[in-house]
Design a protein around this ligand. Structure first.
Ligand code: DGI
Ligand code: FE
Ligand code: FE
Length: 381
Protein backbone atom coordinates (compact mmCIF):
# COMPACT_ATOMS: atom_id res chain seq x y z
CA UNK A 1 0.00 0.00 0.00
CA UNK A 2 1.06 3.57 -0.59
CA UNK A 3 -0.15 6.31 1.67
CA UNK A 4 0.31 10.06 1.27
CA UNK A 5 0.12 12.63 4.02
CA UNK A 6 -0.22 16.33 3.30
CA UNK A 7 -0.09 18.63 6.31
CA UNK A 8 -0.56 22.38 6.35
CA UNK A 9 -2.69 25.21 7.64
CA UNK A 10 -5.16 25.25 4.74
CA UNK A 11 -6.17 28.73 5.78
CA UNK A 12 -7.99 28.65 3.36
CA UNK A 13 -7.52 25.61 1.12
CA UNK A 14 -7.11 26.74 -2.49
CA UNK A 15 -7.43 25.06 -5.85
CA UNK A 16 -3.71 24.42 -6.15
CA UNK A 17 -3.65 22.51 -2.85
CA UNK A 18 -6.16 20.13 -4.34
CA UNK A 19 -4.46 19.97 -7.75
CA UNK A 20 -1.30 19.05 -5.98
CA UNK A 21 -3.02 16.19 -4.14
CA UNK A 22 -4.64 14.88 -7.30
CA UNK A 23 -1.29 14.94 -8.97
CA UNK A 24 0.46 13.17 -6.10
CA UNK A 25 -2.14 10.41 -6.10
CA UNK A 26 -1.58 9.88 -9.81
CA UNK A 27 2.17 10.11 -9.98
CA UNK A 28 2.89 8.14 -6.79
CA UNK A 29 0.00 5.78 -7.42
CA UNK A 30 -1.29 6.32 -3.89
CA UNK A 31 -4.02 4.20 -2.35
CA UNK A 32 -4.91 6.89 0.15
CA UNK A 33 -3.94 10.51 0.62
CA UNK A 34 -4.75 12.23 3.89
CA UNK A 35 -4.91 15.99 4.07
CA UNK A 36 -4.10 16.88 7.66
CA UNK A 37 -4.91 20.45 8.72
CA UNK A 38 -2.49 21.55 11.40
CA UNK A 39 -3.20 22.71 14.89
CA UNK A 40 -1.25 25.92 15.36
CA UNK A 41 0.30 26.40 18.80
CA UNK A 42 -1.60 29.13 20.70
CA UNK A 43 1.56 31.17 21.37
CA UNK A 44 2.07 31.79 17.64
CA UNK A 45 1.28 35.37 16.90
CA UNK A 46 -0.28 34.82 13.54
CA UNK A 47 -3.23 32.58 14.23
CA UNK A 48 -5.22 30.84 11.54
CA UNK A 49 -8.97 30.62 11.80
CA UNK A 50 -10.32 27.79 13.88
CA UNK A 51 -9.67 24.21 12.91
CA UNK A 52 -13.32 23.24 12.34
CA UNK A 53 -13.64 25.85 9.63
CA UNK A 54 -10.43 24.76 7.94
CA UNK A 55 -11.47 21.11 8.11
CA UNK A 56 -14.84 21.90 6.59
CA UNK A 57 -13.29 24.03 3.84
CA UNK A 58 -10.93 21.20 2.87
CA UNK A 59 -13.94 18.85 2.64
CA UNK A 60 -15.76 21.34 0.44
CA UNK A 61 -12.72 21.87 -1.75
CA UNK A 62 -12.30 18.09 -2.13
CA UNK A 63 -15.90 17.69 -3.23
CA UNK A 64 -14.92 19.45 -6.45
CA UNK A 65 -12.73 16.59 -7.63
CA UNK A 66 -13.63 12.99 -8.04
CA UNK A 67 -10.61 11.31 -6.47
CA UNK A 68 -11.91 9.09 -3.67
CA UNK A 69 -8.40 8.27 -2.46
CA UNK A 70 -8.10 11.77 -1.00
CA UNK A 71 -9.71 12.49 2.35
CA UNK A 72 -9.21 14.95 5.15
CA UNK A 73 -8.05 13.86 8.59
CA UNK A 74 -8.70 15.65 11.87
CA UNK A 75 -5.88 13.76 13.56
CA UNK A 76 -3.73 16.81 14.38
CA UNK A 77 -6.66 19.09 15.18
CA UNK A 78 -8.06 16.59 17.67
CA UNK A 79 -4.85 15.33 19.21
CA UNK A 80 -4.04 16.51 22.70
CA UNK A 81 -0.88 18.54 23.17
CA UNK A 82 1.44 19.77 20.49
CA UNK A 83 1.35 18.32 17.02
CA UNK A 84 4.55 17.12 15.47
CA UNK A 85 4.89 15.62 12.03
CA UNK A 86 6.74 12.60 13.38
CA UNK A 87 3.75 11.82 15.63
CA UNK A 88 1.32 12.22 12.75
CA UNK A 89 3.35 9.88 10.59
CA UNK A 90 3.60 7.40 13.48
CA UNK A 91 -0.18 7.49 13.73
CA UNK A 92 -0.71 6.63 10.07
CA UNK A 93 2.09 4.10 10.18
CA UNK A 94 0.29 2.31 13.00
CA UNK A 95 -2.92 2.27 10.96
CA UNK A 96 -1.20 1.03 7.78
CA UNK A 97 1.66 -1.06 9.05
CA UNK A 98 3.22 -2.22 5.82
CA UNK A 99 2.49 0.84 3.77
CA UNK A 100 5.07 3.02 2.12
CA UNK A 101 4.36 6.50 3.42
CA UNK A 102 5.00 9.68 1.47
CA UNK A 103 4.94 13.00 3.23
CA UNK A 104 4.15 15.87 0.86
CA UNK A 105 5.99 19.15 1.30
CA UNK A 106 7.02 22.27 -0.57
CA UNK A 107 10.64 23.19 -1.12
CA UNK A 108 10.51 25.91 1.55
CA UNK A 109 9.55 23.27 4.10
CA UNK A 110 12.32 20.97 2.91
CA UNK A 111 14.86 23.65 3.76
CA UNK A 112 13.65 23.75 7.35
CA UNK A 113 13.09 20.03 7.62
CA UNK A 114 16.41 19.27 9.36
CA UNK A 115 15.34 21.56 12.23
CA UNK A 116 12.03 19.78 12.78
CA UNK A 117 11.54 17.46 15.72
CA UNK A 118 12.89 13.97 15.01
CA UNK A 119 13.76 14.40 11.34
CA UNK A 120 15.59 11.08 11.24
CA UNK A 121 12.65 9.24 12.77
CA UNK A 122 10.47 10.78 10.08
CA UNK A 123 12.81 9.60 7.36
CA UNK A 124 12.84 6.10 8.81
CA UNK A 125 9.08 5.97 8.39
CA UNK A 126 8.42 7.98 5.25
CA UNK A 127 9.76 9.40 2.06
CA UNK A 128 9.39 13.09 1.37
CA UNK A 129 7.52 14.03 -1.76
CA UNK A 130 8.85 17.48 -2.61
CA UNK A 131 7.23 19.98 -4.93
CA UNK A 132 8.40 23.49 -5.66
CA UNK A 133 7.92 26.54 -7.75
CA UNK A 134 11.15 26.41 -9.68
CA UNK A 135 14.20 24.30 -10.20
CA UNK A 136 16.44 26.82 -8.51
CA UNK A 137 14.62 26.84 -5.17
CA UNK A 138 14.35 23.06 -5.39
CA UNK A 139 18.10 22.71 -5.84
CA UNK A 140 18.86 25.06 -2.95
CA UNK A 141 16.44 23.28 -0.63
CA UNK A 142 17.95 19.95 -1.59
CA UNK A 143 21.43 21.23 -0.75
CA UNK A 144 20.35 22.58 2.63
CA UNK A 145 18.66 19.28 3.38
CA UNK A 146 21.67 17.23 2.33
CA UNK A 147 24.10 19.37 4.30
CA UNK A 148 22.25 18.41 7.46
CA UNK A 149 21.28 14.89 6.45
CA UNK A 150 24.03 13.80 4.03
CA UNK A 151 23.08 10.18 3.34
CA UNK A 152 19.36 10.74 2.96
CA UNK A 153 19.03 11.60 -0.70
CA UNK A 154 17.08 8.40 -1.25
CA UNK A 155 14.39 9.72 1.11
CA UNK A 156 13.49 12.42 -1.38
CA UNK A 157 11.10 12.08 -4.26
CA UNK A 158 10.86 15.15 -6.44
CA UNK A 159 7.51 15.96 -7.97
CA UNK A 160 7.45 16.71 -11.65
CA UNK A 161 4.43 18.87 -10.99
CA UNK A 162 4.89 22.47 -9.99
CA UNK A 163 1.50 23.97 -10.75
CA UNK A 164 0.74 27.59 -10.13
CA UNK A 165 2.23 28.61 -6.85
CA UNK A 166 -0.50 30.29 -4.87
CA UNK A 167 -0.01 31.50 -1.35
CA UNK A 168 -2.80 31.20 1.17
CA UNK A 169 -1.58 34.48 2.64
CA UNK A 170 -2.24 36.27 -0.63
CA UNK A 171 -5.69 34.69 -0.90
CA UNK A 172 -6.45 35.69 2.68
CA UNK A 173 -5.45 39.27 2.02
CA UNK A 174 -7.70 39.27 -1.04
CA UNK A 175 -10.61 37.96 1.00
CA UNK A 176 -10.00 40.51 3.71
CA UNK A 177 -10.10 43.30 1.16
CA UNK A 178 -13.22 41.83 -0.40
CA UNK A 179 -11.43 41.20 -3.71
CA UNK A 180 -12.57 38.45 -6.00
CA UNK A 181 -10.60 35.28 -5.27
CA UNK A 182 -12.38 33.02 -7.78
CA UNK A 183 -9.15 32.41 -9.60
CA UNK A 184 -7.74 30.67 -6.52
CA UNK A 185 -10.67 29.17 -4.63
CA UNK A 186 -13.51 26.78 -5.43
CA UNK A 187 -16.88 28.48 -5.50
CA UNK A 188 -18.26 26.36 -2.66
CA UNK A 189 -15.32 27.39 -0.49
CA UNK A 190 -15.95 31.05 -1.34
CA UNK A 191 -19.61 30.63 -0.45
CA UNK A 192 -18.72 28.98 2.85
CA UNK A 193 -16.27 31.78 3.68
CA UNK A 194 -18.92 34.38 2.95
CA UNK A 195 -21.72 32.74 4.86
CA UNK A 196 -19.51 32.27 7.91
CA UNK A 197 -17.95 35.68 7.66
CA UNK A 198 -14.46 34.25 7.72
CA UNK A 199 -11.52 36.60 7.08
CA UNK A 200 -13.87 39.53 7.42
CA UNK A 201 -12.35 42.70 8.83
CA UNK A 202 -14.31 45.82 9.60
CA UNK A 203 -11.39 48.14 8.93
CA UNK A 204 -10.86 46.47 5.57
CA UNK A 205 -14.50 47.07 4.70
CA UNK A 206 -13.88 50.74 5.26
CA UNK A 207 -10.73 50.66 3.14
CA UNK A 208 -12.61 48.91 0.38
CA UNK A 209 -15.28 51.60 0.35
CA UNK A 210 -12.66 54.33 0.28
CA UNK A 211 -10.52 53.12 -2.61
CA UNK A 212 -10.75 52.25 -6.29
CA UNK A 213 -10.18 48.70 -7.42
CA UNK A 214 -6.70 49.52 -8.75
CA UNK A 215 -5.80 51.21 -5.46
CA UNK A 216 -7.09 48.17 -3.58
CA UNK A 217 -4.95 45.93 -5.73
CA UNK A 218 -1.96 48.11 -4.89
CA UNK A 219 -2.90 47.87 -1.20
CA UNK A 220 -3.08 44.08 -1.52
CA UNK A 221 0.43 44.05 -2.95
CA UNK A 222 1.71 46.22 -0.11
CA UNK A 223 0.06 43.92 2.46
CA UNK A 224 1.66 40.81 0.95
CA UNK A 225 5.09 42.37 0.78
CA UNK A 226 4.95 44.08 4.18
CA UNK A 227 4.00 40.78 5.76
CA UNK A 228 6.87 39.00 4.03
CA UNK A 229 9.34 41.68 5.15
CA UNK A 230 8.04 41.58 8.72
CA UNK A 231 8.36 37.83 8.79
CA UNK A 232 11.89 37.91 7.48
CA UNK A 233 12.93 40.67 9.89
CA UNK A 234 11.20 39.16 12.90
CA UNK A 235 8.82 42.09 13.22
CA UNK A 236 5.14 41.88 14.13
CA UNK A 237 3.42 40.58 10.98
CA UNK A 238 -0.07 41.55 12.10
CA UNK A 239 0.99 45.15 12.63
CA UNK A 240 2.73 45.26 9.27
CA UNK A 241 -0.35 43.93 7.49
CA UNK A 242 -2.68 46.36 9.24
CA UNK A 243 -0.45 49.37 8.56
CA UNK A 244 -0.13 48.31 4.92
CA UNK A 245 -3.85 47.82 4.62
CA UNK A 246 -4.49 51.34 5.87
CA UNK A 247 -1.55 53.19 4.38
CA UNK A 248 -3.42 54.75 1.45
CA UNK A 249 -6.88 54.84 3.02
CA UNK A 250 -7.08 58.62 2.60
CA UNK A 251 -5.70 58.72 -0.94
CA UNK A 252 -9.03 59.96 -2.32
CA UNK A 253 -10.32 61.75 0.74
CA UNK A 254 -10.79 65.47 1.14
CA UNK A 255 -9.29 67.00 4.26
CA UNK A 256 -12.19 69.42 4.46
CA UNK A 257 -14.45 66.53 5.32
CA UNK A 258 -12.59 66.25 8.62
CA UNK A 259 -12.99 69.60 10.43
CA UNK A 260 -10.77 68.71 13.38
CA UNK A 261 -7.93 67.47 11.19
CA UNK A 262 -5.02 69.89 10.93
CA UNK A 263 -2.46 69.61 8.17
CA UNK A 264 1.11 70.84 8.74
CA UNK A 265 2.14 73.84 6.62
CA UNK A 266 3.34 73.64 3.04
CA UNK A 267 2.63 69.99 2.46
CA UNK A 268 2.79 69.14 -1.26
CA UNK A 269 -0.45 67.71 -2.54
CA UNK A 270 0.78 64.13 -3.14
CA UNK A 271 1.93 63.98 0.49
CA UNK A 272 -1.30 65.05 2.17
CA UNK A 273 -2.78 61.56 2.25
CA UNK A 274 -0.12 60.24 4.61
CA UNK A 275 -1.23 62.70 7.31
CA UNK A 276 -4.92 62.36 6.60
CA UNK A 277 -4.53 58.57 6.47
CA UNK A 278 -2.99 58.45 9.93
CA UNK A 279 -5.76 60.74 11.17
CA UNK A 280 -8.50 58.56 9.72
CA UNK A 281 -6.85 55.40 11.04
CA UNK A 282 -6.78 56.90 14.52
CA UNK A 283 -9.99 58.86 14.72
CA UNK A 284 -12.32 56.99 12.42
CA UNK A 285 -11.04 53.43 12.70
CA UNK A 286 -9.80 53.58 16.28
CA UNK A 287 -6.22 52.46 15.69
CA UNK A 288 -4.20 53.33 18.78
CA UNK A 289 -0.82 51.72 18.12
CA UNK A 290 1.55 54.64 17.61
CA UNK A 291 3.99 52.65 15.48
CA UNK A 292 1.21 51.68 13.07
CA UNK A 293 -0.03 55.26 12.95
CA UNK A 294 3.48 56.53 12.24
CA UNK A 295 4.02 53.92 9.54
CA UNK A 296 0.99 55.42 7.78
CA UNK A 297 1.94 59.01 8.63
CA UNK A 298 5.40 58.78 7.05
CA UNK A 299 4.82 56.23 4.30
CA UNK A 300 5.13 58.78 1.47
CA UNK A 301 8.01 60.98 2.64
CA UNK A 302 9.81 58.85 5.16
CA UNK A 303 11.67 60.79 7.86
CA UNK A 304 14.88 60.53 9.85
CA UNK A 305 15.40 57.67 12.26
CA UNK A 306 12.49 55.54 11.14
CA UNK A 307 11.22 52.52 13.05
CA UNK A 308 11.43 49.09 11.48
CA UNK A 309 7.69 49.10 10.84
CA UNK A 310 7.85 52.53 9.18
CA UNK A 311 10.61 51.28 6.90
CA UNK A 312 8.69 48.12 6.09
CA UNK A 313 5.58 49.98 4.95
CA UNK A 314 7.58 52.64 3.09
CA UNK A 315 9.59 50.02 1.21
CA UNK A 316 6.68 47.66 0.52
CA UNK A 317 4.73 50.62 -0.86
CA UNK A 318 7.47 51.33 -3.39
CA UNK A 319 8.23 47.73 -4.31
CA UNK A 320 4.95 45.78 -4.29
CA UNK A 321 4.45 43.59 -7.35
CA UNK A 322 2.35 46.19 -9.16
CA UNK A 323 5.20 48.70 -9.25
CA UNK A 324 6.79 48.52 -12.67
CA UNK A 325 9.21 51.48 -12.90
CA UNK A 326 12.65 50.74 -14.31
CA UNK A 327 14.60 50.59 -11.07
CA UNK A 328 12.10 48.40 -9.21
CA UNK A 329 13.80 45.05 -9.95
CA UNK A 330 17.19 46.32 -8.79
CA UNK A 331 15.70 47.79 -5.62
CA UNK A 332 13.86 44.52 -4.88
CA UNK A 333 17.08 42.61 -5.23
CA UNK A 334 18.85 45.04 -2.91
CA UNK A 335 16.11 44.74 -0.30
CA UNK A 336 16.19 40.94 -0.48
CA UNK A 337 19.91 41.00 0.08
CA UNK A 338 19.95 43.54 2.90
CA UNK A 339 16.72 45.16 3.95
CA UNK A 340 18.17 48.36 5.42
CA UNK A 341 20.54 48.97 2.53
CA UNK A 342 17.72 48.34 0.05
CA UNK A 343 15.46 50.71 1.95
CA UNK A 344 18.11 53.46 1.84
CA UNK A 345 18.55 52.89 -1.87
CA UNK A 346 14.79 53.29 -2.33
CA UNK A 347 14.96 56.61 -0.47
CA UNK A 348 17.74 57.74 -2.78
CA UNK A 349 15.77 56.74 -5.85
CA UNK A 350 12.67 58.59 -4.61
CA UNK A 351 14.55 61.86 -4.21
CA UNK A 352 16.21 61.50 -7.60
CA UNK A 353 12.83 60.81 -9.15
CA UNK A 354 11.13 63.81 -7.55
CA UNK A 355 14.05 66.06 -8.48
CA UNK A 356 13.89 64.92 -12.11
CA UNK A 357 10.15 65.54 -12.12
CA UNK A 358 10.72 69.04 -10.75
CA UNK A 359 8.43 68.36 -7.81
CA UNK A 360 8.60 70.47 -4.66
CA UNK A 361 10.39 68.35 -2.10
CA UNK A 362 8.93 68.28 1.36
CA UNK A 363 11.30 68.85 4.27
CA UNK A 364 10.69 65.35 5.68
CA UNK A 365 11.66 63.75 2.38
CA UNK A 366 14.90 65.77 2.49
CA UNK A 367 15.53 64.87 6.12
CA UNK A 368 14.98 61.24 5.29
CA UNK A 369 17.41 61.44 2.40
CA UNK A 370 20.06 63.15 4.47
CA UNK A 371 19.66 60.61 7.23
CA UNK A 372 19.93 57.53 5.01
CA UNK A 373 22.15 58.73 2.15
CA UNK A 374 25.52 60.41 2.70
CA UNK A 375 27.17 63.31 0.81
CA UNK A 376 28.73 60.93 -1.73
CA UNK A 377 25.36 59.43 -2.55
CA UNK A 378 26.14 56.22 -0.71
CA UNK A 379 23.51 54.71 1.52
CA UNK A 380 23.87 54.31 5.25
CA UNK A 381 21.73 52.68 7.90
O1 DGI B 1 0.27 56.65 -2.47
P1 DGI B 1 1.13 55.89 -3.39
O2 DGI B 1 0.94 56.29 -4.83
O3 DGI B 1 1.03 54.42 -3.21
O4 DGI B 1 2.66 56.22 -3.07
P2 DGI B 1 3.30 57.25 -2.05
O5 DGI B 1 2.39 57.56 -0.95
O6 DGI B 1 4.65 56.72 -1.67
O7 DGI B 1 3.60 58.51 -2.92
C1 DGI B 1 2.64 59.28 -3.56
C2 DGI B 1 3.36 60.30 -4.41
O8 DGI B 1 3.98 61.27 -3.60
C3 DGI B 1 4.44 59.74 -5.29
O9 DGI B 1 4.23 60.18 -6.62
C4 DGI B 1 5.72 60.32 -4.77
C5 DGI B 1 5.23 61.59 -4.14
N1 DGI B 1 6.10 62.17 -3.10
C6 DGI B 1 6.80 61.57 -2.13
N2 DGI B 1 7.49 62.48 -1.41
C7 DGI B 1 7.21 63.69 -1.95
C8 DGI B 1 6.33 63.51 -3.03
N3 DGI B 1 5.87 64.50 -3.78
C9 DGI B 1 6.29 65.73 -3.51
N4 DGI B 1 5.88 66.73 -4.25
N5 DGI B 1 7.14 65.98 -2.48
C10 DGI B 1 7.65 65.01 -1.69
O10 DGI B 1 8.42 65.28 -0.78
FE1 FE C 1 0.56 56.56 -0.44
FE1 FE D 1 0.67 53.26 -1.55
Amino acid sequence: MKIGIYGGSFDPPHIEHINLCVNAVKSLNLDRLFIVPAKIPPHKKVQPISGEYRLEMVKLALSNVDVPQITVSDFELNSAGKSYTYLTIEHFKSLYKDAQIYFLMGTDMLENFPTWKEPKAILNMAKLYVFGRDGESMERAKQVFLNALPDRLNSLVFANFSGKMVSSTHVRHMLTLGLDAKEFLYQNVIDYIKSNNLYFCEKAEFVKKSLSISRLTHTLGVMDLAKAYAKKLGEDENKAVLAAMLHDVAKYMDKNDFPSFTLPLDVPKPVIHQYLGAYVAEHVLGVTDIDILNAIRYHTTGRSNMSRLEKIVFTADLLEVGRTYDEAPILREAVDKDFDAGFSLSVKRLLNYLTKQGQPIYYLTKECYNYYVNENGNTKN
